[in-house]
Design a protein around this ligand. Structure first.
Ligand code: SF4
Length: 388
């Protein structure tokens, strides 16, 4: 319980697991400074709003929440807390954000949260562990490379110290988090995509050999596979999950590791985003549907217990009816356990926002969303045999 002299904080978190994990670390920072967590934002001294910017709706939710906070304190006459905004909306920049949401007192850049900050965890059996932040993949619709910056891998030593600490505390399950976990550690070896881009200004994705993407030496064991093996060495760790994987970086040795290392969860999340190669190209996803299907087929051939989930975007700029139908056909053939279907919304600052007109009417996007959601999530698809 807090004594009256102790300052308190409250964190309201929007968005993905990376944000939730960041919030655990922000809590750790407050705890280290002697703050206690308030039960409610109405009674705290400092309110942190950890935002998501993946879609306009996500930003609208954060703005709506902050509007309600302002109304509450205006109407109640109570002293309002210091309001700190962090998360992916910080990509707008300080000047714009202070104008856009005048109630904000401070902006905490997302990269200041840090990997090594101690955490305050509510779940005492399962732990989120960030292993990287940022992303070098530059999918044209995605704000992450701008909001979180370029990919940075956390050191092996720092991750293993955290796992050891979790083991000491009795944790049995971990989820490794990164925007693209498959490329963890590659920039440390000097073979990350950015390094290639820097060394050869004319380098494009078309120059990348299929399935080797960020790997200059495809015969080398990817660092992420080594990390999975190292964590599996702990007897006390019973289950390892990871998210998210870009199929572009899904190395054959990772497929083997998942198939043989039964500590790794049998659920693999592998976003396809579109069943049309033309749309995937415009999205700069770096793989084809054939390559995606090959990864799934190999996973399932090696272990039929594996189940695969996916993400799909409908209504990407220029998506023709025929291109949408390709996604529908692929969805009918695949055995996705679950598909998170999203309606495209242009994010200011991204390449697709700059290059492509948002030319699919909302009603048409919604129709496509309903069709795919029905096929992927409401029919008995999970029962069907695989694949492709
Ligand atoms: S892989 Fe693509 S969608 Fe995922 S975070 Fe990176 S840029 Fe965004």
């Amino acid at each position: 319980m807090a004594d009256d002299s102790q300052k308190s904080y409250f964190i309201h978190t929007f968005g993905c697991q990376s944000n939730k994990s960041d919030s655990e670390r922000i809590s750790g920072d407050y705890a280290a400074r002697g703050y206690v967590e308030a039960d409610d934002w109405r009674t705290c001294d400092e309110l942190v709003v950890n935002t998501c910017a993946i879609r306009q709706r996500a930003e609208d939710k954060a703005r709506g929440f902050l509007y309600n906070v302002g109304v509450f304190f205006n109407e109640s006459g109570k002293q309002r807390p210091k309001i700190i905004l962090t998360g992916c909306m910080t990509h707008h920049g300080q000047e714009k954000l202070y104008k856009m949401i005048p109630i904000i007192d401070e902006i905490l850049p997302i990269n200041e949260v840090g990997f090594n900050q101690s955490t305050v965890r509510k779940d005492l059996k399962h732990a989120w562990i960030p292993i990287s932040t940022g992303c070098n993949s530059f999918c044209t619709y995605c704000i992450v490379p701008y909001s979180r910056g370029r990919e940075q891998s956390r050191s092996l030593e720092s991750i293993m110290t955290e796992v050891q600490d979790l083991v000491n505390k009795g944790f049995e399950e971990v989820t490794l988090l990164g925007m693209n976990v498959n490329s963890w550690g590659l920039e440390k070896l000097g073979i990350g995509f950015r390094k290639l881009m820097m060394e050869n200004k004319n380098y494009t994705r078309e120059d990348l050999p299929d399935n080797q993407s960020q790997y200059l030496k495809p015969t080398e064991t990817p660092p992420f596979v080594k990390l999975l093996r190292a964590i599996s060495e702990f007897d006390q760790i019973k289950k390892i999950r990871f998210m998210t994987s870009n199929p572009w970086d899904f190395h054959d040795e990772l497929i083997d590791e998942i198939a043989t290392n039964k500590k790794i969860d049998r659920y693999v999340h592998l976003p396809i985003q579109s069943g049309s190669n033309a749309v995937l190209y415009r999205m700069n996803r770096g793989y084809t549907t054939e390559r995606y299907s090959e990864v799934c087929r190999k996973l399932l051939e090696k272990d039929p217990e594996i189940v695969i989930g996916t993400d799909i975007i409908v209504g990407f700029p220029g998506e023709t009816e025929a291109e949408f139908e390709e996604t529908v056909e692929l969805a009918k053939r695949m055995k996705w356990k679950v598909a998170f279907v999203a309606i495209y919304s242009p994010r200011p600052g991204t390449a697709s926002w700059r290059i492509y007109p948002d030319d699919i009417p909302h009603a048409e996007k919604k129709r496509r969303w309903e069709i795919l959601d029905e096929i992927c999530n409401k029919s008995t698809m999970g029962e069907r045999p695989i694949i492709v």
